[in-house]
Design a protein. Structure first.
Lengths: 370, 370
């Protein structure tokens, strides 16, 4: 195998695919990047859950395929001087990488030892603007469960119906939901669950433009492609919570609050939770005002925040991090905080009350001294 | 105790002194900041090795002294809104901190439980411009030993003689030395060793100005003061290497090299040392050129760097990090690399050959395959 290509392009490709390498895999090939020079130059990483591959421009002198350690190759290419890099592999699978006076010799193994990528079947295609998909993933991925006992919740539900795409993540304590209008070129309903590790890769290959990403939905796998780059991942199987049933629609009180004010008050009262102390913060919803407080064995804190809305001093305990995540995901100055009783789920949404973004969070029981 | 002060000033003072708190100490008081309100407001932290205290402006209503947890108090003050903060402590040692609607209540203990700071005796005073002291510490502190079996080398030697101050650090593999002219107001010779942990604190309170820092040298302790802030530390005792004897003055060859070129070549050849692999890099000093290479079990790298100077292919092995540290500490475009044989100490200094900065580094034995 022998080819010459631009260092910058190779570096970018390596950075992109190497996310799917498995440095700790017992299988040597999976620690590596598969480099295949045929009519194109293709770089592939695959950790048996998801694969990323990308094609780059190269002047290919001799074809062939080898697997080179991903970590080492990434470091080597990054440290190369800018310019044309020549990569050649001899019969002993020794790879020589040259640019100017800089030379590296790396051990590789034959590309034949690399596992086959999963094949896509019975595909349903879908084109989504990259900037929309990216922001929808960002605003929901933090609420994906990390609990391995319910694997289906370790991904986000995609629901496409009547020109609207909804992404839902849920971890047992909260639910994050984003809706956007999209043109999905059909009238059927699509539902599939994409694992969080792949969502995070997909989000990273999205640019901030309206150009579309092409999703292919197979029976077992999903692929996402942008330009010359493709990500293939397993779908997660199982029953996903029905958000239509789970999220309350009617509330006794709604409070309109400046997001930054509330975020600062939350940060202040939770300051005393040092050293990983997990105590709830208490919000008391009153008349035009929310009083916040927190208490540990050795300290107490008190703060407040003015708002529009009124309730008869409803006390609700929250995990401060869940509130922070919810506020961070809303790109508006004002939010709506919708409550019923001190023990029922609350909903935080954008002030427009339009459910393009919605975050449901369950209260934490307050102990008597709180 | 009750006082009011500016949040910003209190925050800065707390940030400064809390470096000397001991969050893991078995003695509760040492986890804290001693706050003493008398004619001034003084904040103190002391970890039994070094103490830092600072005085700030405050409107003191009632005097007194308490110890408050350093980590918690730092977080609380940082998260306060800007403005005037009122701190009061009641008879049960409950501290109430107020600013606007924000209130914290923290548990404290009596200031009587805080250990006494060391007393300075028979002081010798010395004034050094802060910018000079700071850069001298930065350029030598990295070569301080971390090996606890020879405590005297866990600090830097200060030598003041004939209007010149020299700081020397040595760790058994290398030596870093900086000289500067200073006016020390006397004709006697001063020699003392300052522990690295205190040097790093002293460096942080130096500003980038020519204003002086006042050092007091006692028999057992040293204090450094700038404005209202004082650091007191133990001196290290023991015999320190004589740099006059240890550093070679005569060399067979001297190479003048562009520092950035050499640094890049070192970074490139050492790229293959991933996963903490500790192999030397080999430098072959030839005619107007230095060839660099490195070899691990699975890879090799080669690079080169042009320079002024000539030798008959002298091969020397180096720890790449020691070379990197030495180059980083020289603020000039060109450096001098002075060598004798492949097994004798090398000296790297500024191209002016004036020894204002000098770094000696010992070679690493190269294995036959290298």
């Amino acid at each position: 195998m022998k080819f010459t290509c631009e260092k910058m392009q190779l570096e970018e490709a390596v950075r992109l695919v190497s996310k799917a390498a498995s440095p700790k895999s017992p299988i040597d090939a999976l620690k590596g990047i598969l480099i295949r020079a045929g009519s194109d130059l293709r770089l592939t990483c695959y950790d048996l859950r998801r694969a990323i591959y990308t094609d780059i421009d190269a002047d290919i002198k001799d074809g062939g395929s080898v697997v080179v350690n991903a970590r080492l190759f990434t470091d080597v290419i990054r440290n190369m001087p800018d310019g044309l890099v020549t990569v050649s592999v001899n019969e002993d699978f020794e790879m020589l990488i040259k640019c100017g006076v800089t030379e590296y010799t790396l051990t590789t193994i034959s590309g034949d030892e690399y596992p086959e990528l999963p094949e896509m079947d019975r595909e349903r295609k879908l084109d989504i603007p990259q900037n929309i998909l990216s922001s929808m993933i960002q605003d929901t991925i933090f609420a994906v469960s990390t609990n391995e006992s319910r694997p289906v919740y370790m991904g986000s539900l995609f629901e496409i119906e009547n020109g609207t795409m909804t992404i839902v993540s849920v971890d047992g304590f909260r639910l994050a939901l984003r809706k956007e209008s999209i043109d999905h070129g059909g009238s059927d309903t699509l539902r599939f669950i994409v694992p969080a590790y792949a969502l995070s890769d997909i989000e990273k290959i999205c640019s901030d433009s309206e150009e579309t990403m092409s999703l292919s939905i197979g029976t077992k796998h999903i692929s996402a492609s942008v330009g010359n780059t493709v990500i293939i991942t397993r779908r997660l199987e199982g029953d996903f919570l029905s958000h239509e049933k789970a999220v309350p629609r009617d509330f006794k009180s709604k409070f309109k609050i400046n997001k930054a004010d509330l975020a600062r008050a939350i940060d202040r009262v939770s300051t005393i939770l040092v050293d990983g102390e997990k105590k709830p913060i208490k919000l008391v919803f009153g008349d035009g005002e929310i009083n916040l407080s927190c208490r540990t064995a050795v300290s107490r804190s008190v703060d407040s925040c003015i708002c529009e809305g009124s309730a008869e001093d409803v006390e609700i305990g929250f995990n401060d991090n869940y509130l922070r995540d919810a506020l961070k995901a809303i790109n508006e100055e004002e939010i709506l905080f919708c409550i019923n009783t001190g023990s029922s789920p609350c909903v935080i949404k954008s002030a427009g009350d339009d459910e393009s973004y919605l975050h449901m969070v369950l209260p934490v029981r307050l102990s008597p001294g709180n």
